[in-house]
Design a binder for this molecule. Structure first.
Ligand code: HEM
Length: 105
């Protein structure tokens, strides 16, 4: 997920570098293992209309389930992996079985 800020700056939550980078006003969007100190979570849970994410004017909001999943994920220290389509395939070595060892025969 990439957050595009009004300033044009982007926070990319898909990479550990992007998600944990120091924010302009201090803090980090995600601090692995510390959901309460992670700015993404504090902004999502904020009561302040100036701060709450997603901004009220977008008329889009996260469901309680989505908030709880995100919070749980941050608490469990997420491991960032490349998208599965970018992970090279591996050749698996299969043991050769002699013809006369075949269980069926
Ligand atoms: C789950 C979704 C979202 C999360 C977790 C989130 C998180 C954040 C965080 C952590 C910041 C602080 C950045 C900083 O201090 O440098 C921020 C700022 C901002 N976000 Fe979001 N955001 C979300 C969705 C959105 C959406 C949908 C919009 C607009 C369409 C938006 C617009 C902004 C803007 C304009 C700012 C900069 C102004 C400000 O600091 O209030 N965000 N967001």
């Amino acid at each position: 997920m990439v957050l595009i800020l009004a300033s044009g700056r982007q926070i990319c939550l898909d990479t550990v570098e992007g998600a944990t980078a120091a924010l302009k006003d201090g803090g980090q969007a995600i601090i692995p293992g510390h959901s309460a100190d992670s700015k993404s979570i504090s902004r999502i849970n904020s009561d302040d209309p100036e701060l709450i994410m997603t901004p009220p004017e977008t008329k889009r909001s996260l469901s309680l389930r989505e908030i709880s999943l995100l919070t749980k994920c941050i608490k469990q220290r997420p491991e960032w992996k490349p998208h599965w389509t970018l992970i090279p395939t591996q050749n698996h070595v299969v043991d050769e079985i002699a013809d006369d060892q075949n269980e069926i025969d």
